[in-house]
Design a protein around this ligand. Sequence first.
Ligand SMILES: [Zn+2]
Length: 184
Amino acid sequence: MKRLWNGLKNIIFSPFVYRMYVRFQLFLKALRIACYSVLFGLATYLIAPYHSVEPVLRPDYDMFMIMAKATCRDDQLFLPKKTIVRFGDLSQQKDEWGNKGRVIGLCERDYPKMWRLTFNRYWWFTASDAERSALIYHEMTHCLLLKDHVYGNPADYMSPVIPTVDRFGLYKQVLDTLTATCRR
Ligand SMILES: [Zn+2]
C-alpha cells in the first residue's frame, strides 16, 4: 500500500505533471482572452453605427438624405443604424409580376435598424445620370419612408418601373413625396 502511494506521489508531484498544469493554466487564460474578444466584437457590432456606401452611389445617397432631413423630422424617418449600399447580384430576385432577372434595385430591412440597398450594376451602365438618381431615390424612399409603389402614373419615380426623368423634375417629385409624407 505504501509503495503504491509512493508511486502515485512521484507521478502527482513530478515536474512533468507540474508542466502540464502550467500549460493548462495558460490555455485557460488564452481561452478567456479569446472569449472576451468575441464578446467585445459582438457588442461593438451591435451597438456601433456602421454605414458602408459604395463611393459611386454616395452622391445620390447623400442628396436624398439632405432632402429627407430638410423636409422630415428624424423621428418621421426610418434612419438606419447600419447601412450597406452597394452593387450586387439581383438575378434571383423576383419582381412584382414574378419575373426573375429584371430587378434593378432592392431595399431590404433585415435587422430593426439595418438597411441593405442593392443595385444591379449591369443596369447602371445602361442608364442615364438622372435615371441612376431616380433608382437610388426610389429605393431610399422604400427604406426611409416605408413607402410602397405608386401605380397608374408611369412618370412617377415611385412607379414599379423607373421612368425616364429629368433631374429637376425628379427633385420636385422627391420633395413632393417627402412633403406629402412628413408634413401632413
Ligand atoms: Zn420599388
